[in-house]
Design a protein around this ligand. Structure first.
Ligand code: ZN
Length: 71
């Protein structure tokens, strides 16, 4: 196996990055110890998946075309 070209395996304290949680727009810790990254937590990660599912369901539903005729 070829090792990945990692420059310096013994890096000192890497400042953990804070990103914006794509779910709640709040601060999210983007670090190895945040296993829900880029989400801030489990709830946001699961919630995003749930939203994906419901959106896919909605798009797949053909009965929604009537609502485009609203005035
Ligand atoms: Zn969040």
């Amino acid at each position: 196996m070829t090792a990945m070209p990692t420059a310096g395996t013994d890096l000192p304290d890497i400042p953990e990055k804070t990103v914006t949680c794509p779910r709640c727009q709040g601060p999210s810790l983007y670090a190895a110890r945040n296993r829900f990254r880029p989400f801030c937590g489990e709830r946001c990660k699961l919630g995003d998946l749930g939203q994906w599912a419901s959106e896919a369901f909605r798009v797949a539903a053909p009965a929604d075309t009537d609502s485009e005729n609203i005035q």
